[in-house]
Structures are given as C-alpha cells and as structure tokens.
Design a protein around this ligand. Structure first.
Ligand code: AMP
Ligand code: MG
Length: 296
C-alpha cells in the first residue's frame, strides 16, 4: 500500500474537496450545457500522461477496501453494507469501458455486474423495477448497473414507449425505491457519464474504422443520436428530480477516457472508505485455533 500517501492529498493550491462533492449535481434546475464534458475536476496529475499510473495506484486501495467489504459480507450476510454503482450515459460514453477498467481493479467475486437492455418478454410482464430488484447487490458486494431503472425515464420517455402519465410518476417512485435501498444499507453511487455531441460522433466513426470495434457499433445508435436534444432534456429531468440527499447524482465528464476511469475509481474509493469498515473479528477463539493448527 505504498501508494496511499501519494494519492491522499492533492498538491497545494489544488482542490481538496472529495471528488463526490466536486461532481455532485447541485440542487435545483439542471442544464447540461453548464457542465463541460472535457473538464477534469479534482485531477491533480499531469493528465493522460500519468492517469493510468494514478488509477492503478487507486486500484490498490480500492482492492483493499473491497476485500474488507467482502469480508464483512462473509461475516454478516444479513446486515453487512452493499454498494451500488449506477452508470448511465449516451452510447459511447464509456459505461463498458468503466466496467472493464475500474471493476478490473478489484476481485471479481465481490462484484456483480448487471447490464440492462430493452426488457425481455418476461421482464415486460412485470413492473419496471422488478428486474432491478433481482439484480441488487448482496451484503458485502459491489453491484454495478450498466444502464438501470433510469432507462424507464430516458429511452421510454424519448421514444414514447408508455404514456407520459405513466413515466411522469416514475421519478417519485424511483426516489422512494432508492430511499428504501439506502435505508436498508446500500450505498448508492449514481454517475451520468457525459460525452459531447462531437465526441460521440468521433467515437462512433472510430468504431466503423476498426474491425476490432465493429461489434460495438449498433446502427440504432445513430437513431438515438438524432434525438440528442430530447435525450439531453430527459437526462436533465432525472438529474434534477432524482437528485436526492439519500442518492445524489454525479455528472462525470467523459470526453477524456483517462479522466472518466480515474474519476469513477476515485468515487468508488471514497464511497468504500466512507463505509468506515474494519476487518471482522474472528467468530472463533484465536488462541484455541492457533493451538489446534500448531498441533495438527
Ligand atoms: P447497449 O447498452 O448499448 O447494449 O444498449 C442497450 C439498449 O437497451 C439501449 O438502446 C437502451 O436504450 C435499451 N434499453 C435499456 N433499458 C430499456 C428499457 N427499460 N426500455 C427500453 N429500452 C431499454
Ligand atoms: Mg450501445
């Protein structure tokens, strides 16, 4: 853990607030035009040049904290805390990249990933939160949602998949759902990965230029892109209406992939550190067991 001191304090003159505060959406009306997707708030390094190293350093601490969370879950499978990272963002914003880079920093057995696509026939028979509830993290683990219940006030709203009267009620319903989740011991970390319209175009074009990226391209991404203003408006609505004290929203500038990966790793590290965990005490008599091992 030799890297701990290095990343702990920013250099003098730099922001010293926790990143979660720097990226948290202020209460009140939200205009995404006021957020710069190429900004790098809270990053005190040299930029792309040292981001991979800093993120890897962060990974060591993240991994230690995650193992402690996992150990607490083993010790108390009923009431140990859980963490839920909710990732939302337009196509190419890097939800998959975050899963690969950030979740790759910790032990896979402590992480549960759920990717939400258009609902299946079975899912459509249930309430929209049904599939979400099934995927919530267990005690001691970190759940990662690649898209989430927020699609039910995003694509559903933009594409008129249900009546306005139906999606309109969902904001409050989501707030109540998340409040209960938090009250039952889940730390909820909501991140909107913000890319600019121009950067999305560059990333889509890059996918069509590289045979190893063809699979990432979906012709329907361009249809969604054509509705960019409507999606931005739908994002602004949820960032304003579901930005609760229990589960606030963060906007993560995502035009620079190195910043996005570092920022999510740091947000996760802060959340885990905030749980104030310690290593569980043994549920057996240490002296007796040491003696038994010695004699075995
Ligand atoms: P991707 O994440 O790029 O694999 O795409 C998943 C697709 O599923 C996106 O086009 C989402 O808009 C869509 N999707 C996710 N959740 C829902 C939902 N609740 N209703 C309709 N479409 C959804
Ligand atoms: Mg996609």
């Amino acid at each position: 853990m030799g890297s701990k001191a290095k990343q702990k304090l920013p250099k003098s003159g730099q922001e010293s607030k926790p990143l979660s505060q720097l990226l948290q959406v202020p209460a009140g009306p939200v205009s995404l035009a006021g957020f710069d997707p190429s900004a790098t708030p809270g990053y005190v390094g040299k930029g792309k040049a040292d981001a991979a190293g800093r993120t890897a350093d962060l990974g060591a601490e993240l991994s230690r904290l995650q193992e402690m969370l996992f150990a607490n879950g083993r010790n108390d499978p009923v009431s140990a805390p859980k963490v839920l990272l909710v990732l939302q963002g337009m196509d190419t914003s890097g939800k998959g990249g975050v899963v690969r880079h950030v979740m790759g920093l910790v032990d896979p057995q402590g992480v549960a990933l759920a990717s939400f696509k258009a609902p299946s026939a079975i899912e459509r028979k249930h309430h929209y939160l049904w599939r979400i509830r099934q995927a919530l993290p267990q005690a001691g683990s970190i759940g990662v949602f690649d898209r989430s219940h927020y699609e039910d006030v995003l694509v559903v709203r933009v594409e008129n998949l249900v009546d306005e009267a139906v999606w309109e009620k969902r904001y409050e319903e989501i707030n109540r759902f998340e409040q209960r989740l938090v009250a039952s011991g889940t730390k909820v970390v909501k991140c909107m990965l913000q890319v600019s319209f121009a950067e999305q175009k560059a990333r889509l074009a890059a996918r069509l230029d590289d045979p190893t990226k063809y699979w990432k391209y979906n012709p329907s991404d361009v249809d969604a892109r054509a509705k960019w203003p409507a999606y931005q408006e739908a994002y602004e609505a949820l960032l304003e209406r579901c930005n609760t004290e229990a589960a606030p929203w963060h906007v993560v500038p995502s035009d620079r992939k190195w910043y996005r990966n570092w920022a999510i790793a740091e947000l996760l590290r802060e959340s885990l550190a905030g749980l104030d965990l310690s290593w569980p005490k043994p549920g057996y008599d240490l002296a007796v067991e040491r003696d038994r091992v010695a004699k075995s």
